[in-house]
Design a protein around this ligand. Structure first.
Ligand code: OOG
Ligand code: MG
Length: 253
């Protein structure tokens, strides 16, 4: 299959919430192919009127790498169709086998076109917020290789963010809880994310600029989950609570 054909299959899988088999091995897909396919699948979304709202990093914590069996940083693209309002009631029929994970979001205040250092970040970011990411692999049984998951836009499917806050406090060791119906189901320190969630932004600046992309002013960046992700079930209240940052959640039906 061509990259374009694979992009279409993955886009349809997302559109119709129907899982497909993995495709990387049989098509001898390289990581370069995988990112091209990811980009082509985003072009299909753009042709339907979706707009890019930011980027997400993946496998930035050991918990995630171990849960998914993939050991490399990945990045994907977010669009406005993936945005979920705080406290929105989301119909799970939209998705195949969605999971939620606790994250921190950053807001970009100046175009990023090169690899940044941690020291340079305050010039490029102006806010942060507690966030939940909803991931929904388009592959059967939520199983994939590195190339497969990258081609599938790193399972990106939804995100919800709490109130934006100033970057005026230390965030290297904040307690992050994933809460379902008032019960903490996963918990970790923010240090689980590359020892410092801001390091995710450094890594994204390296990977995106290396791919010739600009992370634009106003874009959001999800730093990657601190804990393993949890499958979503119907009629639940799902929230993330982060020490010093607050909380945000949504409901399922
Ligand atoms: C891939 C996406 C990983 C994260 O935060 O680590 C990710 C997946 O687990 O399906 O979003
Ligand atoms: Mg994530």
């Amino acid at each position: 299959m061509t990259n374009q054909e694979i992009a279409k299959i993955l886009d349809d899988a997302a559109k119709y919430a129907k899982a497909v088999p993995q495709m990387a091995a049989v098509n001898r897909m390289t990581l370069t192919d995988a990112y091209l396919i990811q980009r082509q699948s985003i072009t299909l979304r753009e042709q339907r009127g979706e707009q890019i709202t930011g980027y997400k990093m993946g496998f930035t914590s050991k918990a995630k790498m171990e849960q998914m069996g993939v050991h490399d940083l990945i990045w994907g693209i977010l669009t406005d169709a993936m945005a979920i309002e705080e406290n929105e009631i989301v119909d799970l029929k939209r998705w195949i086998h969605p999971r939620a994970e606790p994250e921190i979001a950053f807001r970009v205040s100046k175009d990023i076109k090169k690899q940044l250092t941690l020291e340079e970040l305050p010039e490029y970011l102006d806010a942060m917020a507690p966030a939940l990411e909803i991931i929904d692999s388009r592959y059967e049984n939520f199983k994939f290789s590195l190339e497969d998951v990258v081609a599938d836009n790193c399972s990106s499917t939804g995100y919800v963010m709490g109130d934006w806050q100033k970057l005026d406090r230390e965030i290297t060791d904040l307690k992050m809880d994933l809460i379902v119906n008032n019960v903490v189901v996963e918990s970790a320190s923010s240090s689980a994310i590359l020892e410092n969630p801001l390091q995710s932004v450094v890594e994204l600046s390296r990977l995106a600029s290396g791919a010739g992309l600009t992370v634009k002013k106003g874009h959001i960046i999800l730093a990657g989950a601190a804990t393993a992700a949890q499958f979503l079930e119907k009629e639940k209240q799902v929230a993330v609570q982060i020490e010093k940052l607050g909380e945000v959640g949504f409901r399922t039906k």
